[in-house]
Design a protein around this ligand. Structure first.
Ligand code: ZN
Length: 207
């Protein structure tokens, strides 16, 4: 750290510990602090909303719409605020599918897990042309098991509620008589499954 000439004016670093919803931005340095909560959804452009992908027999899949894999985590993110000051934020974030698979591959090649290091995520392009580049940025202290478990529980509580809203939306939009209930999936191991479709910014999702 450099010598500061204006120490009286130094602002207390913003350290949020609330259950914030964070959106991954260009140049964010992300540390993964939970297991993954995985779900599948459809972005419905015409309705400007998301709904659950019901899996087998899904009405949207039948219409030929691509589903989107969502990988949610409890994370901490280091970034610069508007004034260029470093901030560390903690909360829930959806990791872009391509980043999720890049992290799996890189950490596996290094004999680590994705929670063992920080990740720099570069974002370029917009909308359907959005691309992410994900690189390891050095190791972090291993997360104690109980903290990992706590964070995962917090994530799970929030995402079960989120997924239920997507399921309700599915049922509303497809007007199925018997509501489809999908069970939230637990930690998924890296598999070479298709990434579904484009990465839609989760801030587009109105809940
Ligand atoms: Zn579907």
């Amino acid at each position: 750290m450099p010598i500061l000439d204006n120490e009286e004016e130094v602002q207390k670093p913003k350290q949020s510990t609330s259950d914030e919803f964070l959106t991954v931005q260009n140049k964010d340095i992300v540390t993964i602090k939970s297991k993954v909560y995985h779900l599948r959804s459809h972005w419905l452009e015409g309705k400007k909303t998301s709904a659950s992908c019901a899996g087998e027999g899904c009405a949207f899949c039948k219409k030929g719409l691509n589903f989107r894999n969502e990988y949610h985590y409890f994370v901490s993110i280091e970034r610069k605020d508007e004034k260029g000051a470093p901030v560390t934020l903690e909360g829930f974030a959806r990791i872009p599918a391509s980043s999720f698979f890049d992290m799996n591959e890189i950490s596996k090649a290094m004999g680590k897990t994705k929670r063992d290091m920080k990740w720099l995520i570069l974002k370029s392009g917009k909308d359907k042309e959005t691309r992410y580049t994900t690189s390891p940025m050095g190791e972090v202290e291993p997360l104690p098991d109980d903290v990992l478990e706590d964070n995962t529980q917090r994530l799970s509580r929030v995402k079960v509620a989120y997924e239920q809203k997507l399921i309700d939306k599915y049922n509303e939009l497809t007007q199925v008589e018997k509501p489809v209930v999908t069970k939230p999936e637990k930690e998924v191991e890296p598999v070479d499954e298709p990434n579904g479709t484009e990465d839609v910014d989760p801030s587009d999702i109105p809940f």
